[in-house]
Design a protein around this ligand. Structure first.
Ligand code: NZQ
Ligand code: ZN
Length: 396
């Protein structure tokens, strides 16, 4: 196991009907609030009204940044920064999924900076400046943004989707009420679950030896997601299914399973290019790419880890590692499909290969997948994985 620092100070308020605590939480940081939300789901399901009631109780002065897009745009971040500066905002309240929270983080960082929003994003993970305090009310189990420092922002002009963030962009308090995810549509429930699984896979398939704790926790979380996503799809208001997905979302990407390992993520680097060029849903892009990537990187060296995955996560009893691995890849593919995820690129509107070379170039340039991935990936490898994602696949 590698050395690591693990300091995740987000105060989690998990469970039913805890917004009575919101006034006190907000008042800790200030009275002038920027309320950030997406395209209107919180108005439809009543959460907006409830939040406003609580903010009024706290006699807050509320300003709004609404309409944050899935794959949040840099222009929206800039709009938020301008609002914060104009109204001397003291605390940001993000109510939504990962896009809303990510946008809020970049806005929070921009408040103290003279830079334009995109220049700030270009600081990537070396961002180390101050940020406004962020409180979140999560409405979709997926990204883990509620309990990590990362913010992923899109620039559709340059076809770039990049992650930034540093210690100050970690949310101070996150309200995790599973009931707030009852209205998440089926496809977003499935996409969010695929994203959680991908966060676990990305750290699990890693060559660092001696990480039994991280791998064991990951396997437990994977099994919880695999069990509970179909229940939430069938019964959207099943509290325990939503609760398990929600807590898995936070734990899958708060450093718990990734710390102590070296290396970089592969599928996210490839998926971010799909989103940047075609604006597709992150979790769906990941579900499409993941089984193709698994097959592409399956070799003599990696087969034992895939065989462990087959046994521990999918309960596969086959003892020949390569065969067990293929069975596990097939199970993963079939699972995503059974959750209703379109499993080829043409099904999400990517019907030709014309941009694959450019996307592969960017994927390699914007990450260290060519040198530090589980299995290093060249531009040619990335193109091959995109190509394999064009048609239905079978792995056994
Ligand atoms: O915008 P509204 O109207 O709220 O609707 C949203 C949106 O259309 C809807 N939704 C959310 N909660 C709902 C709901 N609809 C009904 N009821 C609810 N309770 O769901 C749609 C998707 O929302 P979005 O926030 O985009 O989804 P998600 O949480 O999956 O976030 C995706 C973004 O996060 C980034 C992704 O790349 C993508 O840009 N990521 C962020 C990470 C991080 N910060 O650590 C890591 C991830 O790997 C990922 O890259
Ligand atoms: Zn993700």
């Amino acid at each position: 196991m590698e050395n690591f620092k693990f300091h995740v100070s987000t105060d989690i308020r998990f469970g039913k009907d805890r917004l009575g605590e919101l006034p006190e939480v907000i008042k800790t940081y200030g009275q002038r609030v920027l309320l950030v939300y997406g395209g209107g789901s919180i108005k439809k399901n009543g959460l907006y009204d409830e939040v406003m009631t609580r903010l009024n109780e706290a006699t807050c002065e509320v300003f709004e940044l609404s309409g944050v897009e899935p794959n949040p745009r840099v222009e929206t971040v800039q709009r938020g920064i301008d609002l914060c500066k104009e109204h001397k905002i003291e605390v940001i309240l993000a109510v939504g999924g990962g896009s809303t929270i990510d946008c809020s983080k970049a806005v929070a960082a921009g408040f103290y900076s003279d830079k334009k929003a995109w220049d700030l994003v270009l600081e990537r993970r070396s961002f180390n400046g101050p940020a406004l305090p962020i409180v979140t009310i999560l409405t979709l189990a997926a990204t883990g943004s509620e309990m990590n420092v990362g913010a992923v922002i899109s620039n559709m002009q340059t076809n770039q989707k990049l992650g930034m963030g540093g210690p100050s962009t970690l949310p101070k308090v996150s309200f995790l009420d599973p009931q707030n995810t009852f209205t998440v549509p089926k496809i977003q429930t499935a996409a969010g679950s695929a994203d959680i699984l991908s966060h676990l896979f990305e750290s699990y398939f890693n060559l660092t030896p001696g990480t039994d704790v991280q791998d064991g926790i990951s396997e437990g979380l994977m099994k919880s997601v695999i069990k509970n996503c179909p229940i939430a799809l069938e019964t959207p208001d099943d509290y325990d299914a939503r609760a398990n997905l929600m807590w898995a979302s936070s734990l899958a990407l708060n450093g718990l399973t990734g710390s102590g390992k070296k290396g970089v993520w592969s599928c996210h680097a490839m998926e971010h290019e799909l989103s940047a060029f075609y604006d597709i849903t992150h979790g769906i892009g990941l579900a499409i790419i993941t089984p193709r990537w698994m097959l592409h990187v399956l070799n003599e060296d990696t087969a034992p880890k895939f065989a462990r995955f087959a046994k521990e996560v999918w309960g596969i009893t086959e003892t020949v590692p390569e065969i067990a691995a293929s069975l596990a890849i097939q199970k993963t593919y079939d699972y995503f499909k059974a959750c209703g995820i379109p499993m080829t690129l043409p099904e999400v509107g990517i019907s030709d290969e014309s941009k694959f070379a450019e996307m592969a170039k960017q994927a390699v340039a914007q990450s260290a997948i060519a040198t530090q991935a589980f299995v290093p990936l060249s531009e040619e490898d990335v193109v091959a994985i995109y190509q394999a994602s064009m048609t239905e696949s079978s792995y056994v």
